[in-house]
Design a protein around this ligand. Structure first.
Ligand SMILES: C[S@@+](CC[C@H](N)C(=O)[O-])C[C@H]1O[C@@H](n2cnc3c(N)ncnc32)[C@H](O)[C@@H]1O
Length: 248
């Protein structure tokens, strides 16, 4: 099968997120872990983007002038604050319901985000290019990781960045991110993550390097129960983030 005939969409995954769409902006609801994640990932994105593009991360609008794609944006939990840092943000998600909730919320908060109910494949086919692609908590839900990564990488401009956040496929992740998070802590609905669909860092590195991108930074993200907060950590066995840069 050619790439053009393949899809990255696992319809059962998209349907599951659509069914929960009303809860995107409830900080105590089914997306509570993503709300809790936001401070650490937003700071990481801001600081690394500012460093790459020679900006002051503490400036009023540190991301102004940059075109950023939030692929698999869901309800826009990340797209909105990134737009408020000055970037021109395209938020894309295959679920019409997610995009509906995201658009309504952005209207309510007066935030400008260009939301589109499309797949990464459709955006890439249209020749869209971005300074930064945010690929956060999506790869573990797609049908074809390799194709998804190559499609996303094709939309990064030379010298641009892609951030990827996901969960490692390790026994520790199975115990903490699936069993404990879904059955004991009840942070996530049961069935949110399937062990077989979790993705190891090297499985992202292969399609990235085939697309002219190299990993320039990697970090674990770990929950500290005493602080009730996620922090960056050298331990990449469970949640982790990668930053890849395209050659100039
Ligand atoms: C766990 S949510 C992450 C939402 C957002 N990125 C965040 O971190 O706040 C996963 C999202 O990926 C979307 N998704 C699933 N399959 C996808 C695909 N093949 N391409 C793009 N997005 C996809 C889902 O609809 C859902 O909104």
């Amino acid at each position: 099968m050619t790439d053009a005939a393949k899809t990255t969409i696992d319809q059962s995954e998209v349907d599951r997120f659509s069914a929960m769409a009303a809860e995107w902006w409830d900080p105590a609801g089914k997306f509570k872990p993503l709300h809790k994640f936001n401070p650490v990932r937003l700071t990481y994105i801001r600081d690394r983007v500012a460093e790459n593009f020679g900006r002051d991360p503490k400036a009023h609008l540190p991301l102004s002038g940059l075109r950023i794609l939030d692929i698999g944006c869901g309800g826009g939990l990340l797209a909105e604050p990134v737009a408020r840092m000055g970037a021109a943000v395209v938020g894309a998600d295959p679920s019409e319901k997610n995009i509906g909730i995201a658009s309504t919320h952005a209207d309510e908060t007066g935030t400008s985000v260009d939301y589109r109910a499309v797949t990464a494949e459709q955006l890439a086919e249209a020749g869209e290019l971005f300074d930064v692609v945010l690929n956060m908590e999506v790869v573990e839900h797609v049908a074809d990781v390799d194709l998804f990564m190559r499609t996303c990488a094709s939309m990064v401009k030379p010298g641009g960045l892609m951030f990827v956040a996901t969960i490692n496929r390790t026994m520790k992740a199975r115990a903490l991110a699936i069993f404990a998070a879904e059955n004991i802590l009840r942070w996530l609905p049961r069935g949110t993550h399937q062990y077989e669909k979790l993705v190891r860092p090297d499985e992202l590195e292969t399609p990235l390097s085939a697309s002219g991108m190299s990993i320039v930074h990697r970090t674990g993200v770990f929950f500290n129960p005493l602080q009730d907060r996620w922090n960056l950590s050298p331990d990449m066995d469970v949640n982790y983030m990668l930053l890849a840069k395209k050659a100039e």
